[in-house]
Write a protein of this length. Sequence first.
Length: 233
Amino acid sequence: MSHTLIACELAELADPAYQKFQSKLIPNIDASTVLGVRAPALRRFAREMARMREDEARAFMSQLPHALYEENNLHGELIGLLAKTPDEAFEMLDAFLPHVDNWATCDLIRVPAFKKDLPAVLERIRGWIAAGPEYMVRFGVVQLMTLFLDDAFEPEHLQLVAQIERPEYYINMARAWYYSFALIKQPEATLPLFEARPIILDAWTHNKSLQKARESRRIGAKTKDYLQSLKVK
């Protein structure tokens, strides 16, 4: 199956009304490249390709760059479905991540195979967050948040994200997202980072992290008031 035919199949799943909504969420993407395929439909299509049409799926993944937003999303979904080992996932990501151009595609990539070798994944995360491409850095932060804030957490991980000094909004929003979850899941290790004076993070990320943590239903009113008191001007 050709790249063009897969694009046609995706177009058949599109919802024109959703296209308008989706394109507004990713304003840096040309709206004409967004079909408007809802996430559940895209995931079903990806699962079908991975299960029944694996050769076609792998051929599609070799045809980079993609022209459509949904093609990139399909590619991201297929990485998680087809990679059986971390090393296979790394190879796929090395090819794909330089072409990721928006936060939504970046954030949908989930790789179950990563759990088979978390130390190897952590080393890759160190490389991603030190990389040049904006969404490669964001991907590294999101993976650190997803995989390393529970049993695999180490306090030193907080410093990996603190050391990122980049101006891009979508990188710093990912950093704030990471710290908001760290404040909820690992408060004893994370709170000192926000209590320190002078502050360790830049003011925007510091305050946005506190804001996003306060928006959670997983912490009580007293804790939310304390987090509010840590806000800086």
